[in-house]
Design a protein around this ligand. Sequence first.
Ligand SMILES: Cc1cc2nc3c(=O)[nH]c(=O)nc-3n(C[C@H](O)[C@H](O)[C@H](O)COP(=O)(O)OP(=O)(O)OC[C@H]3O[C@@H](n4cnc5c(N)ncnc54)[C@H](O)[C@@H]3O)c2cc1C
Length: 474
Amino acid sequence: MENRAERQVIKTQVLVLGGGSGGVGAALAAAREGVETVLVDRQGFLGGNMTIGLPLLAFLDAQGRQVTKGLPQEIVDRLIELDGSFGHRECPLHNSTTVIDPQLMKIVVFEKIKKYGVRPLLHCEIIGANTENGELKSVIVKGKGKEIEIFADMFIDATGDGDVAYMAGAEFEKGQYANGETQPPTLMFTVGGFDLERFMDFLQDHPDELKHGSTMKIRPGYTAEFLRASENHVFVGLKNLVSKLRQEGKCPIDRDTIIYINLPRPGYIALNCIRILNFDGTKVEELSRGEIESHLQVLPLINMLKEHVPGFENIFLSSIAPFLGIRETRRIIGKQMVREDAAVAGLIPDDTIALGSYIIDIHSGSGDSTIIRSLAGPYGITYGATICRDVKRLMLSGRCISVDPVVFGSSRVMPTCMSIGEGVGIGAALAVKQNVAPEDVDVQEIRRKLREYGAIISMEDVIPADQVVCKSVR
Ligand SMILES: Cc1cc2nc3c(=O)[nH]c(=O)nc-3n(C[C@H](O)[C@H](O)[C@H](O)COP(=O)(O)OP(=O)(O)OC[C@H]3O[C@@H](n4cnc5c(N)ncnc54)[C@H](O)[C@@H]3O)c2cc1C
């Protein structure tokens, strides 16, 4: 019998591994600089968690100022054209919400990939990283039974889990410093048949269902009136009802509130409620357990809502996300680390390539609660936090960059991940063109380019609340 195992070799200037918000931002930015860019993902589409029904959080800070723009804004602008987003809206809980249509997001990302000339390699799992004297030389991926070895001048790990850095031997951190606990995963799913007005009437009569308890510090104004005033909202609440139903053994989920995202399609909401505890998203056995346990919670949860919550009586399952959403795994150690004290103090150093501003939002990995802390304003994510300390020619983008576990609770949101990617992609492209290590690129040149493209990287660039253009209106 003929052995048909094949091996192919590809060479590129920049190789981006993982096509979520961090990877898409990095690949688009690198290709825009005119360097040959390959983007690998295991799925048949790009966008990662941007395609599972989640809202984009953190375009605006706690004061309603716009602190994220550039490529993430370009994507939202296109979604608005397609009626796939209402734009940005201030929110007392999340700072801002930008709800999006997850299916249109897939199309928009493909449009942008074509526009900027990124070469995608889909349906490919990353299976190896070859290093020589501490320098990454190639990454091996496998698709359709064939191994492909990809050589590149610069590599960007945007797998969320830091899979490439891990395989290449880089040091990493995982979970909270106190107990190593990581935030739990959630299987997102979408239902139709939701009666928004009826649910709002119920909330108006039961304002206590919008109170959240001691671990969630929410600014005043998160009321039924606020939610009713615009379709662009994310609901977090029903604590009393969930607690009662859990005591009675009628609630299938390990969390104390219900979260839904009101999608830009009347009657459709995405539910972000399932929680799998004591979970490690870097192990396939755990991923298998998580997928099964969470799929089995979907119908009981729908039935519970239908039976007990006004407005949900006629909901029906519309879609289940194609994969379990993983909140937290490895954070790869970089040349620098963004730490809690700097973020809380709102430090924006002059080597900042993106601003973070989202609340510190830490879902318990072993219990039902969520810790929420607000930040007064934005903080800087520095270029050095995106350069792998231990492996040469390896950069980081998205949630696996070098931050401490508290900052991670904020920097992990998708517009921030994409903004980080925009800076990293430019850095990688300049490193290739100048034939230098990423740490030897002049960060002020990256910043100059980011500004030219409309990115926001300092307080001077921040757009005052009354001048934000992309605000949703009703
Ligand atoms: C349930 C949940 C709710 C959240 N809520 C919000 C929210 O409301 N708003 C918000 O802005 N953020 C939210 N977040 C955070 C945000 O979604 C993530 O932190 C963010 O998407 C991280 O971006 P990323 O590009 O690093 O990773 P991802 O979006 O996970 O992308 C990683 C990509 O890499 C690919 N990949 C990974 N490993 C491999 C491999 N070995 N081989 C090939 N391909 C690989 C994946 O297929 C994926 O496309 C939430 C996260 C979760 C899980």
